[in-house]
Design a binder for this molecule. Sequence first.
Ligand code: SF4
Length: 346
Amino acid sequence: MITRSPALVQRAPTEEAQPLAMTPAWQSQLARAVRDPRELCRRLRLDPAWLPGAETGHRLFEVRVPEAFLARMRPGDPADPLLRQVLPLDAEAAPTPGYVSDPLAEAEHTPQRGLIHKYAGRVLLIASPACAVNCRYCFRRHFPYAENSPSRAQWEQTLDHLRDDTSIREAILSGGDPLAASDRQLAWLVERLDAIPHLKRLRIHTRLPVVIPDRVDAGLLDWLTATRLQTVVVLHSNHANEIDDAVIAACRRLTQAGATLLNQSVLLRGVNDSVEALAALSERLFEARVLPYYLHMLDPVAGAAHFDVPEFEARELVAGLRESLPGFLVPKLVREIPGEASKTPL
Ligand code: SF4
């Protein structure tokens, strides 16, 4: 089974254990996430016929769904767009030509543990191997996180790569989900990034404020407001139903802390493959003061072929969006092609 480490509160080798009374609410929610396909089917009142497929998919990439995200799904509806993102299926076990374990060839761009340097001027740091939710379409569902989870001493070596390369202007925290790391760990890392004079920006790619809005708490805002770096938070949301009032409030806390908020989505069959769904997402994002940034074509990762939407259809959807929304609410349709100097606009 492809497994990722559970929440950092349970596994971080570089952290001291915190007394239970001090465990932030979001970490408790993370620890209590649904991780059993049987429980997921029971809670969503799915017909038992879904269970064997869910167990098959779970053996390939484990189920993880936090309560706060589960609560936004419609019980009894296997077509619910949020459920479809997290429900394992039989189809994940079917090999599909062209769908591979490392679709973006990231292994070729990993000069140091926990660091991916693909594009000029910016580097990506794997700040946490954990995620709050396991998305079935994830292009890193097979990523070797165990080989890319540096200790603090190894982090110093990784940071030397940034210190030595003065062309790097931006550090991107990724994962997993970087906000699955504890605030103490993140504050430590951001303080070191802060001290690298040629760095200008800190970008954080995260799904946590969407799936567990309580993640945006005082502990997070402390280090986010302490840095001199300009901060950009790129959320990952695929459907308007994901953005409830708690998510909007979390986004407000981030903007008040000075962060620029953007969103990236993945175009997914059965989730957001209509003009109506994509337009509703853009409108809802803007209510949360988040600008739609990218609409990604699915990366061809093994186990996710059933989510694919062909390129001609994607172009038609974006053309439809242009007719119904102002330009600033239309995300850029892009595909990531291994070896290219940037994402490829379509
Ligand atoms: S939160 Fe992001 S990194 Fe984690 S499983 Fe979902 S898509 Fe993948």
